[in-house]
Design a protein around this ligand. Structure first.
Ligand code: NAD
Ligand code: SAH
Length: 411
């Protein structure tokens, strides 16, 4: 099939299954609520992201897009956006570091009023090399945990120059996207990259945050024997109570068939662990960029390195043991898969669209700090999701509400 045609079909399929985004933005489109907004978007550029970009344009915004990772673009979708939808798109799969940053610079050349980021690269660029355009920016959104961690550091140092809505910490985002989205798509990426069996294998999940929980849960569902490693005592207790083995990564490394990182932290798998790694262990990252598995330490210890399958590099150590690194240590769910399932991104992107609308209306009056998604937006997206699922729920009676609101009623 012609790549552009394939991209158009992928966008169409996603569009047909993104009813929460459609419903949540119906009034924005009817009222052309985003007229006058120039939106620069740096997000994993695949079909669902394309649907979001097109919807914002339908609501009146001028939209330009690039990716937030050099290896996660679906080129068929990027090409379809350019050719069939005439949307300015600088994303391309396999960009060099220079090309990746060049593309981010280009989406800033339009002097955006709003920026949408995933991981913080665009925001960092705006506050360092592109201070020339930062004055025009009325607000930004951030999609992921580590991006928000960086924003909070900027806020603490008084460096942040515009208000940013923290989409990641909306309940309708992290509870589903980080947990179930990453749970499913990470295993999908690993399976499609390796074609190996998960049942009966030891899978170690590094980090038991929302992403780690989802991966551990789904790996158990595939019949794997799941181990969790943590640095946070409470999360470690939780993992143990959830029924997983918990131990230091050095111990887990010696017995794992798969190690999957999900921490947002640098060098979590490093020399110490590689020295004792079980022969044939598969290393995959579902966390942040390509920093969690130390590629420098792999290089240092390996006697040879070669590509043995698309997305699979074999590192052979001097003692003959082999380790397989997937997708250059970048997000395996997007490098070897299509990222989160459609319904997950539908909800996350409904929140993004409503955050963009809020910033377009109010951004100029909001403080330059990190703002939560207003609870009314979270609740609205949840209600729409329930409607699309055909699920109704109960409501408190007047008596119950009075009981809940009063301290005088006693027991
Ligand atoms: P989180 O903060 O809820 O969880 C991270 C966990 O890692 C914490 O419990 C922390 O204690 C633990 N941790 C930190 N350093 C560790 C170490 N050295 N060893 C073991 N555990 C360690 O964050 P999250 O929402 O779960 O996100 C994790 C990462 O995944 C972030 O970088 C986030 O941006 C990214 N993310 C990726 C996807 C995807 O599509 N692949 C989706 C959502 C989030
Ligand atoms: N840019 C960084 C940050 C991690 S991306 C990096 O590339 O390493 C993690 C985010 O990707 C998640 O918060 C999730 O919402 C988003 N994501 C996952 N699947 C996606 C998809 N199919 N399309 C667009 N975004 C997706």
């Amino acid at each position: 099939m012609d790549p552009v045609e394939r991209g158009v079909l992928r966008i169409g399929w996603a569009q047909d299954h993104m009813s929460v985004l459609r419903e949540a933005t119906r009034d924005l489109v009817e009222g052309q609520a985003l007229k006058g907004a120039r939106v620069s978007m740096a997000m994993h550029l695949e079909a669902k992201t394309a649907v979001l970009a097109l919807r914002l344009r339908e609501a009146g915004a001028q939209v330009v897009v690039s990716s937030c990772n050099p290896l996660t673009t679906d080129d068929t979708v990027a090409e379809a956006l350019r050719e069939k939808f005439e949307l300015v798109c600088y994303a391309r799969r396999g960009q060099t570091r220079e090309e990746y940053y060049e593309a981010l610079h280009k989406i800033l050349d339009v002097e955006p009023t709003l920026v949408m980021d995933d991981g913080g690269d665009l925001t960092r660029l705006l506050h360092t090399e592109r201070k020339d355009v930062v004055e025009d920016v009325e607000g930004g959104t951030e999609e992921t945990t580590t991006g928000v961690v960086r924003l909070r550091a900027m806020e603490r140092e008084g460096a942040l120059r515009f208000p940013v809505v923290d989409v990641n910490d909306a309940q309708m985002k992290f509870l589903f996207d980080n947990r179930y989205g990453t749970g499913q798509s990470t295993l999908d990426g690993i399976m499609s990259a390796t074609n190996l069996l998960l049942a009966g294998k030891v899978v170690t999940v590094v980090g038991y945050g929302w992403v780690g929980r989802g991966i551990a849960l789904r790996a158990r569902g595939m019949g794997s024997r799941v181990t969790v490693t943590e640095v946070d005592a409470v999360k470690a207790v939780e993992a143990r109570m959830d029924g997983f083995e918990v131990m230091p990564l050095r111990d887990a490394a010696a017995r794992s068939d798969f190690i999957i990182t999900a921490t947002g932290v640098t060098d979590v798998v490093r020399e110490d662990h590689l020295r004792v790694l079980k022969d044939g262990c598969v290393l995959a990252n579902a966390g942040h960029f390509d920093v969690e598995i130390s590629k420098a330490d792999l290089e240092k210890l390996a006697a040879s390195r070669r590509l043995v399958r698309e997305h699979v590099e074999e590192y052979r150590f001097t003692d003959g043991r082999k380790a397989y690194l997937l997708g250059e240590g970048r997000l395996i769910n997007l490098v070897a898969g299509q990222g989160h399932p459609v319904e997950i991104m539908d909800t996350s992107f409904a929140l993004q669209a409503l955050a963009v609308d809020l910033l377009h209306r109010e951004g100029a009056n909001m403080e330059a700090r990190v703002h939560p998604v207003p609870p009314e937006i979270d609740e609205r997206v949840a209600r729409i999701r329930l409607e699309t699922l055909g699920v109704s729920i109960d409501a408190l009676t007047e008596d119950q509400r009075r009981y809940v609101d009063s301290w005088k009623a006693g027991t």
